[in-house]
Design a protein around this ligand. Structure first.
Ligand SMILES: Cc1ncc(C[n+]2csc(CCOP(=O)(O)OP(=O)(O)O)c2C)c(N)n1
Ligand code: SF4
Length: 533
């Protein structure tokens, strides 16, 4: 056994390797990215040739992991919370098929939206799919749950969802490691040849099985070492703490909490433990990160029972991340709130790096688009989203990955002209390509600018699966080669790019302009790496 100081995400990566995983499948997304990056650089993972390449998006990742599980091996999928929207179809249906090799779906939520467009709570997906959910309350549990999660998945015959949040993902703690990686499973196909065939007649049986299994899943939660009822002398209040909220609570009580606590880190909710707590206290406080999932369910369990406080009655805030001070306030504990921020400190808006190729694209695009007034550019998610801000003001939407092309198409269908989509190379391969197929099929009058910096830069510069092939993919999707242009994104090409944009806006159909230049941060990393070798 060894002890290491690990980030939550690193603890999960190590836990997966030590748990006998044969492959990780993922698409980058903060705060989940470093799980895969840790595995990519791990010596055991390299020596064992574990699968650790990035997938094109979360749906392909989820399906590939399910395929590995089908073949009897242990697999993990990793994504950020909004990624689970993309992977929802295979995820929900994987609950129906069940698994062969153990399967862990690790999803990182981002309350407070530090780097996301919403703060959805992935535990709802677990409940929706009716699969067990693990929610570690610290880095040690993150490691232990991943290491043993494959066994749990195999024992219960189901994928297991592991939900973490930003704070756990990106903070460090000492983690005691098992010290050796369990052997991988042998290749084995499922005993039942129809297990993974969700034709209606077979799917009905699988659905009944999933329903029948709920009792088993609940029993596992009742007996889980991660759920526990902790005694306290003061029974005027009982506290239910989910996942990392346990840490926030205990920071306020270094010498032990006076109230009984039910710590929950495995779902479905352990109803018997809840009842046991409820029976011994006057009222309940639920502390959970994200949506009031447990609180809402408790209102159902104890409908005519005791007062339940939490996010629904305003005892805790409904939005944003929790922290020890917020929890203290809910318990009427006085805490030092810190000094006020001096007026001299002002927020700085985020900005593109100096010298970034996206500057060159936006400079040209905003020059042309200013002739049409605002409201004609549909942006997407990546570094280039910053083009919507001053000085370029180029972009009137940013909704979900891939939406630029499809929204531009829909607006063009409505009669908007010009209708321009701005998208990055990784976002294009993630989910822009399918929208392009629609636009080509209907000969939509749109211009698509694909800012190809040969990198998935916003999440740290991972490789993009369309490296050097975007123009051929567009041609393969049916865009006329005459209307596909690649141009080096450099200040000296400004006039050329302006002319190209004007030329293609005059064309009634789908046209593509690809300003290309490697992300300068990625170039810098590449150069320093080659210098050091
Ligand atoms: C469904 C989903 N998955 C992942 C992310 C995280 N994410 C935000 S932007 C981005 C990719 C950006 O790469 P690219 O389109 O090439 O633009 P760049 O940042 O390189 O300019 C990713 C993976 C997300 N927001 N939504
Ligand atoms: S990280 Fe790369 S793509 Fe993003 S702003 Fe900086 S140079 Fe541009």
């Amino acid at each position: 056994m060894t002890k290491k100081l690990l980030l939550g995400v690193e603890a999960i990566g190590q836990g997966a390797i030590d748990g006998g995983m044969s492959g990780v499948y993922a698409y980058p997304g903060t705060p989940s990215t470093e799980i895969t990056e840790y595995i990519q650089e791990n010596e055991v993972a390299i020596a064992r040739s574990l699968h650790r390449e990035w997938s094109a998006n979360e749906k392909t990742a989820m399906e590939a992991a399910l395929g590995m599980s089908y073949a009897g091996k242990r697999a993990m999928v990793c994504m950020k919370h909004v990624g689970l929207n993309v992977a929802a179809d295979p995820f929900i249906n994987a609950a129906m098929t069940g698994i062969n090799g153990g399967l862990i779906v690790t999803v990182a939520d981002d309350p407070s939206m530090h780097s996301s467009q919403n703060e959805q709570d992935s535990r709802f997906y677990g409940k929706f799919a009716m699969v067990p959910v693990l929610e570690p309350s610290n880095q040690q549990e993150a490691y232990d749950m991943t290491r043993t999660g494959f066994e749990l998945s195999e024992k219960l015959g189901t994928p297991v969802l592991m939900r973490i949040t930003t704070r756990l993902a990106h903070s460090r703690a000492g983690v005691i490691l098992d010290g050796k990686a369990a052997p991988e499973n042998k290749l084995s196909i499922p005993g039942n040849p129809h297990q993974f065939v969700l034709l209606p007649a077979l799917a009905r049986k699988r659905y009944q099985l999933l329903l029948d299994n709920q009792e088993k899943f609940e029993q596992a939660a009742e007996e889980s070492e991660y759920n526990s009822l902790i005694e306290g002398k003061d029974h005027t209040l009982g506290i239910i703490c989910c996942g990392i909220a346990m840490n926030y609570l205990m920071e306020n009580f270094p010498n032990g909490c006076p109230h009984p606590i039910l710590k929950i880190s495995q779902y479905p909710l352990p109803a018997k433990l809840l009842k046991k707590l409820e029976q011994q206290v006057d009222r309940l406080l639920v502390i959970e990160e994200g949506y009031p999932l447990v609180e809402e369910q408790l209102k159902g369990f104890f409908e005519y029972g005791k007062k339940i406080s939490g996010k629904l009655d305003g005892t805790l805030p409904r939005t944003g991340e929790l922290n020890p001070d917020i929890v203290a306030k809910a318990l009427n504990i006085n805490v030092f709130a810190g000094y006020p921020i001096p007026g001299i400190l002002v927020n700085r808006p985020p900005a593109l790096c100096k010298g970034c190729g996206h500057h060159d694209s936006f400079k040209a695009l905003s020059e042309v688009m200013s002739e049409y007034g605002y409201g004609h550019v549909f942006s997407d998610i990546g570094c280039y989203t910053l083009g919507v801000l001053s000085p370029y003001n180029c972009g009137n939407s940013c909704v979900d990955m891939g939406a630029s092309i499809t929204m531009a198409k829909g607006a063009a269908d409505a009669g908007l002209f010009p209708s321009v989509a701005v998208i990055g190379d990784s976002t294009f391969t993630h989910s822009g390509i399918t929208g392009l197929l629609d636009a080509v099929y209907e000969k939509s009058n749109i211009l698509i600018m694909i800012g190809d910096n040969e990198s998935t830069s916003m999440t740290g510069g991972q490789d993009s699966s369309a490296f050097g092939r975007i123009e051929s993919i567009c041609e393969g999707a049916g865009v006329n080669a005459e209307h596909i242009h690649v141009i080096e994104a450099l200040p000296k090409n400004h006039e050329k790019l302006v002319d190209l944009i004007r030329l293609e806006l005059a064309f009634d159909g789908v046209s593509i302009i690809i300003p290309r230049r490697e992300c300068i941060q990625k170039s810098a990393r590449r150069l320093s790496k080659s210098k050091n070798h």
